[in-house]
Ligand binder design. Structure first.
Ligand code: NAI
Ligand code: MG
Length: 354
């Protein structure tokens, strides 16, 4: 841990600044060799510069070793034309940094088991990681469009993956599995789609390089069923952009609490953008009641995946668990009888638990 790592902070809009401040508080408490610089993204950037991803932010984000983001958007900017919308800033930075791998853990802390819509015995102890390819697949494939054919409108998209694209996301997933319970389930629809036949072939070709990881395959429709039937059978799931979009939301909601879910988006150099799965929550912005834990857990992912600092990453995760075990809750995850605390008090409690 000798080299100082540069972290670009993009607090964004709504509750973004409040929750990023708590994550920074936790990172600073660990006394790691980290340097922070803050820039504008989303609505805050639009207000200041007219652009959701201004040049100064681009420069800082490209120079930094990792990016920690709050959230962007809000009703104030909803009437702007699309290119100036805050959400465009998010798409632009993902594309600019070539963040092709989206990692979304779904962890159910025992203390929050009541938040899930599934039976406690089905989800208790749940800890799965979805690795979703983020820059390819039918969302980006050409040709695409809606056109007239034989007197009627026809809509079409192209599902396409090159083996290089599959291999690089496959490697991220195998590496992630290696740091966990060493089971990787690749999800495809190879019985119907050639693209995903290639997906399965390439995953099988990679497997001998990771002899310590067990690779299995599952068709996406079955995976959707298994995630609600017996989610604990999974460790790491790797899949394409479209299937991953759907399955990662499904997996996230097994835990029932949007304020708890972190995410990472990585590129080939290991550089990543880390952010909570939730949005800017304009309905509670500025009130000091937002749950900062998803952002604090995103910071832990940053230490693990961008810097390879496993011990401090675990320390943060254990501190979060400890705080929950102490009965501290922000409003969104509180049940009757719990001690409800605000955003800053929750951050302080995590620091104390470190
Ligand atoms: P949202 O995730 O911001 O809020 C949904 C509900 O969850 C709200 O009731 C909110 O109060 C609550 N919530 C979210 N995060 C919370 C937290 N940390 N603690 C406590 N409660 C929390 O989604 P919504 O309302 O659909 O979108 C609001 C704005 O956020 C929109 O402008 C949307 O475009 C943007 N958005 C941005 C995202 C991003 O920056 N990655 C992702 C999703 C939405
Ligand atoms: Mg989605």
């Amino acid at each position: 841990m000798s080299v100082t790592k540069k972290v670009c902070l993009l607090p964004g809009d709504g509750i973004g600044p409040e929750i990023v401040a708590e994550a920074v508080k936790v990172l600073k408490a660990l006394q790691l060799p980290l340097e922070f610089e803050t820039a504008l993204l989303g609505g805050a950037a639009v207000d200041a510069t007219g652009e959701p991803y201004p040049e100064a932010t681009q420069t800082l984000a490209r120079e930094a070793d990792a990016v920690l983001l709050g959230a962007v958007g809000g009703p104030k900017w909803d009437t702007l034309p699309r290119p100036q919308r805050p959400e465009r800033g998010l798409l632009a930075i993902r594309k600019d940094l070539n963040l092709f791998a989206n990692l979304r853990p779904a962890i159910l802390y025992d203390e929050l088991a009541a938040a899930s819509t599934l039976k406690p015995e089905v989800v208790a102890g749940l800890d799965i990681l979805i690795v979703r390819e983020l820059t390819g697949d039918i969302y980006f494939g050409e040709p695409r469009g809606i056109e007239m054919r034989n007197g009627e409108r026809v809509g079409f998209n192209t599902m396409i993956y090159s083996e290089a694209e599959i291999r690089r996301i496959g490697r991220i997933a195998f590496e992630a599995a290696r740091k966990r319970r060493k089971h990787l389930c690749s999800v495809d629809k190879m019985n119907v789609l050639e693209t995903t036949q290639l997906w399965r072939d390439v995953m099988n070709e990679l497997a001998p390089e990771y002899p310590d990881v067990t690779l299995t395959h599952m068709l996406v429709d079955n995976a959707a069923m298994q995630l609600v039937r017996a989610p604990k059978q999974f460790d790491v799931i790797v899949t394409g952009n479209m299937f991953g979009d759907i399955l990662s939301d499904e997996a996230a909601m097994l835990t029932g609490s949007i304020g708890m879910l972190p995410s990472a988006s990585l590129n080939e150099t290991g550089k990543g953008l880390y952010e909570p799965c939730h949005g800017s929550a304009p309905d509670i912005a500025g009130q000091g009641v937002a749950n900062p834990l998803a952002t604090i857990l995103s910071a832990a992912m940053m230490l693990r995946y961008s810097f390879g600092w496993e011990d401090p990453a675990r320390a943060i995760e254990r501190a979060v668990q400890k705080v929950l075990a102490q009965g501290l809750r922000t409003r969104d995850i509180a049940a009757p009888g719990d001690t409800v605390v605000g955003t800053a008090a929750m951050g302080d409690a995590v620091v104390a638990a470190l």
